[in-house]
Design a protein around this ligand. Structure first.
Ligand SMILES: NC(=O)c1ccc[n+]([C@@H]2O[C@H](COP(=O)([O-])OP(=O)(O)OC[C@H]3O[C@@H](n4cnc5c(N)ncnc54)[C@H](OP(=O)(O)O)[C@@H]3O)[C@@H](O)[C@H]2O)c1
Length: 291
């Protein structure tokens, strides 16, 4: 972890690439100029990383927001496109929508057990060889799935796993987080504010998070995000369509929480027992991925 005037920088996997610890999530961002302005507000505030996906159907808007800017761009291929030819085609679509010659991080959005992982990873490696993508990542993969995906590759390494992580959804702490840290696979924490419901959950009781926020003159989302990125190898990608809230989230990198405060939050969130998106929707996504 490295900190300078611009915030906290973290290495992506073992690539040497430095990403700001807070990136910009874009799921459910509409294709409007307001969304473009929200992303650009985040980049102006110092974030250098934007995450999208073919599934979000907003890559063109994202492309407009990042045009002529030095931004690390991540997108994802949906599991219905995991056959070799479909991966290549999906990537070409994403490139054209984003208006880029190459995608910095191309991620498998969800595991798909209906397509041999060797076939999918062969296509991902071909995309790197052809200069269409720079790094390969996955999303919603557990340890076994990560090992299988890595084992199916001949030349390159998986640099990141995008998974749900917030004070309310901490299942990755039961082994996946530690595995990624050991293997130097970056964890990209999605839904870090639990789709916006984290603030209500926190304010419905006197929690360590709200007390720490008050003490620092910070907001609850800022304390939550700062807690997430205090974890080794973890980067968070909150989404907001509001430029002021995007900036507020990115400024969490400047919040100084000490080890005692982090430990207090660790302790206080044990009472939160919310199931993950993977537990709730993984089986449906897996079912529909066969088509
Ligand atoms: N790989 C995957 O399967 C997967 C799944 C889900 C998400 N993701 C990625 O992770 C990103 C973030 O996750 P998410 O969109 O699910 O949820 P999130 O970032 O946890 O929460 C977004 C919600 O919080 C609100 N919000 C954000 N900042 C706020 C602030 N400072 N104060 C008050 N409200 C705030 C937003 O409302 P406003 O927009 O109105 O501000 C929005 O409703 C996504 O955009 C996407 O890029 C990936």
């Amino acid at each position: 972890m490295q900190s300078d005037g611009k915030g906290i920088l973290k290495e992506l996997g073992k690539t040497g690439e430095k990403l700001t610890a807070i990136g910009i999530g874009t799921w459910k961002m509409s294709k409007t100029d307001e969304s473009v302005m929200a992303i650009q507000a985040g980049l102006d505030e110092g974030s250098n990383f934007v995450d999208t996906a073919e599934y979000y159907m907003n890559e063109e808007m994202v492309g407009k927001a990042i045009k002529d800017r030095e931004v690390f761009i991540a997108t994802k291929v949906f599991p219905t496109h995991f056959r070799y030819d479909k991966v290549i085609k999906a990537c070409e679509h994403s490139l054209s929508k984003l208006g880029r010659k190459s995608i910095d991080l191309y991620q498998l959005h969800w595991p798909n057990k209906h397509v041999p992982i060797e076939e999918t990873m062969k296509a991902m490696e071909k995309l790197v060889d052809d200069g269409k993508i720079r790094y390969i990542g996955v999303s919603n993969f557990d340890i076994e799935e990560l090992k299988e995906a890595q084992g199916a590759m001949k030349k390159y390494e998986i640099v990141s796993n995008q998974v749900e992580y917030s004070p309310m959804v901490t299942y990755i702490e039961n082994g996946l987080l530690q595995y990624c840290q050991r293997e130097k696979i970056s964890v990209i924490a999605y839904s870090p504010l639990k789709h916006g419901s984290a603030m209500n959950i926190v304010s419905s009781k006197r929690s360590a998070i709200s007390e720490i926020a008050e003490k620092h003159g910070a907001s609850v989302p800022q304390v939550i995000l700062r807690w997430i990125i205090s974890k080794e190898s973890v980067i968070a990608i909150p989404k907001s369509s509001n430029p002021e809230r995007v900036k507020e989230n990115i400024r969490s990198m400047h919040l100084d929480l000490n080890a005692d405060e982090i430990a207090k939050i660790d302790e206080s969130i044990r009472e939160f027992k919310y199931s993950s998106t993977k537990a709730k929707f993984g089986p449906f996504i897996s079912f529909f991925s066969r088509f």
